[in-house]
Design a protein around this ligand. Structure first.
Ligand SMILES: Cc1cc2nc3c(=O)[nH]c(=O)nc-3n(C[C@H](O)[C@H](O)[C@H](O)COP(=O)(O)OP(=O)(O)OC[C@H]3O[C@@H](n4cnc5c(N)ncnc54)[C@H](O)[C@@H]3O)c2cc1C
Length: 451
C-alpha cells in the first residue's frame, strides 16, 4: 500500500518531470507558426496521453524506439484519471448479450437506474445501437468472448513488468474482489455467466453469507450473496498510477509535448506525421492514435469506420470515508463498484449514460451512488466528497481496436477500450510493440480493418 509520504513523493516527482518536459517542449518547438515543419527525430509518435497512449508509449520506448507522446492536455487528465481502478481480468463477457438486452427497458424507466440515454443524442447513436444489437446474437457473443478472453488472459503478464519497472507495485492491490447480489435468486440467475467465465480461465467461488461476512464484515446483511474472484485486482489511485507509468516513460528517455493535434499528414498512402492546431507540423514515419473517444477525429478523414461512442460514467470520491472495505466490491444488482483507495478513501463508480461526448455532465448520476453505497455500508463520511464524469471510448462489440490501419501505411489505432482501458493498457502496448518490431502480428479480429 502506498502511504501518504510515498504518494506525495510520486506526485511531486511526476510534477517535476512534467515541468522539465514543458520547458523542453518550448525549446524544441521553435521555430513556431503555421507551415513550419519540425523534425521530431522519433520512431513513433503517439497521440493521446491517457492510460492507453502512455502504456503504449512506454512499451515502445522500452523496446528501443524513440517515442514522442502528444496530448492537448497534461498527461492522465482525461477519462483515465477518474476510473474505478480495476484490473478486471474476469470481464471476458461482452457487454452486449441477450440477457442484458432484456434488462435495458427496465433500466431506462428507472431514473436511478444504471443506464440513461439522452434522447436528443438518439439519431447520432442509432448506427452504434444497431451494431450493439448485432453483437448480442449468440454466435457473435461467443466469438467476442474468446477475443476478450485472449486479451484478459495475458493482462497480468503484460502489466506486471511495467508496474515493477515503474515502482508502482505498492499501489497495486491484489486482494481479489466480491461481486454482490441483492438476492439469492439474482445470484443463481447469473451463475451461467460465471461458469462461462470459468471456462475461459477465470477463478471464482460462490460464497455463502458467513463467508462474505468473514471476508467483508462491513457489508450489510442484505448484500451477503456473493461470488469471490480471486485473481481480480485494483490500483488504489488510477490517476497516480497512470502518472507513474508516464513518469517511467520519461525516465526511459521518452518525450512529451502538450499540443492539440488537428490532423494526420500522409503522402503516397503512408503517414508522414501530424499537423497541430496552430498549423505547425511534426514529422514522424509512424503514428499511433490513442486519443480515447476522440480517435474518430483521425479515422474519419481517411474513411476508416470506427464506431466509437462515449459511454459516460461517473464517480464520487469520499476522501475521509475511512474505508471499511479490504477488497474491491462490485454490486451486480445496481451496476456500480466500491473501490477502497489509499489513505482510507472510497470511490463509488459506474453507471452508463449514452449522451454526446460534448454534453454537460449530469452529476445527479454520480450523487445517486451515495445512497446505493450506504445501503451496503451504512452512513459514509462525505466530507470533502468530489464528483467526476468521464467518457469511456466504446465500440459496440466491447473488443478494443488495436492495430495497423489498412488505409494508411504506418498508422496505428489503439482505442475503443470502453470499460477496460486501464485493464488492457499494457496489453495494448505490448501487442503494438510486438507488431511494430516484427515479433508477432496483431490478429485480424482486433484491427481497425474489421470494420
Ligand atoms: C466511471 C468509469 C469507471 C471506469 N472504471 C474502469 C476500471 O475499473 N478499469 C478499467 O480498466 N477501465 C475503467 N474505465 C474505463 C477507462 O477509464 C477507459 O477505458 C480509459 O481511461 C481509456 O483510456 P484512453 O487512454 O483510451 O482515453 P483517455 O484517458 O480519454 O485519453 C485520451 C487522451 O487523448 C487526448 N486527445 C484527444 N484528442 C486529441 C487531440 N486532437 N490532440 C491531442 N490530444 C488529444 C485527450 O486529451 C486525452 O488525454 C472506467 C471508465 C469510467 C468513465
Amino acid at each position: 500500500m502506498v502511504d501518504s509520504t510515498q504518494r506525495r513523493r510520486l506526485f511531486s516527482r511526476a510534477s517535476a518531470a512534467l515541468h522539465g518536459i514543458s520547458l523542453r517542449a518550448v525549446v524544441q518547438s521553435r521555430p513556431r507558426g503555421p507551415n513550419v515543419t519540425r523534425t521530431s527525430g522519433c520512431d513513433a509518435l503517439v497521440v493521446g496521453a491517457g492510460v492507453v497512449g502512455i502504456a503504449t508509449a512506454l512499451q515502445l520506448q522500452l523496446a528501443g524506439l524513440e517515442v514522442l507522446l502528444l496530448d492537448q492536455n497534461p498527461p492522465a487528465s482525461g477519462t483515465s484519471s477518474g476510473n474505478a481502478g480495476a484490473i478486471a481480468i474476469s470481464e471476458v463477457l461482452p457487454l452486449a448479450d441477450a440477457k442484458t438486452l432484456r434488462k435495458i427497458p427496465g433500466w431506462l424507466f428507472d431514473p436511478m437506474g444504471p443506464l440513461a440515454v439522452r434522447w436528443r443524442h438518439l439519431p447520432t447513436l442509432a448506427p452504434w445501437l444497431s451494431r450493439y444489437l448485432l453483437a448480442s446474437r449468440a454466435g457473435s457473443v461467443s466469438k467476442l468472448t474468446q477475443q476478450l478472453a485472449y486479451l484478459l488472459g495475458r493482462t497480468l503478464s503484460d502489466l506486471q513488468p511495467l508496474v515493477v519497472r515503474s515502482g508502482l507495485d505498492g499501489m497495486w492491490r491484489r486482494q481479489g474482489a466480491l461481486m454482490v447480489y441483492a438476492t439469492q435468486k439474482e445470484l443463481r440467475a447469473d451463475l451461467e455467466g460465471w461458469k462461462l467465465r470459468g471456462k475461459h480461465g477465470v477463478n471464482w467461488q460462490l460464497c455463502n453469507p458467513e463467508q462474505v461476512y468473514s471476508l467483508e464484515p462491513a457489508l450489510s446483511a442484505q448484500w451477503r450473496n456473493a461470488v469471490s474472484i480471486t485473481d481480480f485486482s485494483h490500483v488504489e489511485d488510477p490517476y497516480l498510477f497512470t502518472l507513474g507509468l508516464f513518469q517511467q516513460f520519461i525516465a526511459e528517455g521518452g518525450r512529451f509535448e502538450q499540443h492539440p493535434v488537428a490532423a494526420l499528414r500522409q503522402q503516397g498512402g503512408k503517414v508522414t506525421g501530424v499537423m497541430l492546431r496552430d498549423g505547425q507540423t511534426i514529422d514522424s514515419s509512424r503514428v499511433i492514435v490513442a486519443s480515447g473517444v476522440w480517435s474518430d477525429h483521425f479515422s474519419k478523414p481517411i474513411s476508416q469506420n470506427l464506431p466509437l461512442e462515449s459511454e459516460r460514467g461517473y464517480h464520487l470520491t469520499l476522501p475521509h470515508a475511512q474505508s471499511p472495505l479490504k477488497r474491491y466490491v462490485m454490486n451486480h444488482s445496481e451496476s456500480f463498484v466500491v473501490l477502497p483507495m489509499g489513505n482510507g478513501a472510497l470511490r463509488l463508480a459506474g453507471t452508463v449514460e449514452l449522451a454526446s461526448r460534448y454534453a454537460a455532465p449530469d452529476y445527479r448520476r454520480a450523487r445517486m451512488l451515495l445512497s446505493k453505497a450506504e445501503s451496503m455500508l451504512g452512513t459514509l463520511n462525505t466530507e470533502g466528497m468530489t464528483e467526476w464524469m468521464g467518457n469511456r471510448p466504446s465500440v459496440p462489440e466491447t473488443v478494443p481496436v488495436i492495430g495497423p490501419s489498412a488505409k494508411v501505411d504506418q498508422l496505428y489505432f489503439a482505442t475503443g477500450h470502453g470499460h477496460l482501458g486501464l485493464t488492457l493498457s499494457a496489453t495494448t502496448g505490448a501487442m503494438l510493440r510486438d507488431h511494430i518490431v516484427g515479433k508477432q502480428p496483431i490478429p485480424e479480429e482486433y484491427r481497425p480493418s474489421r470494420y
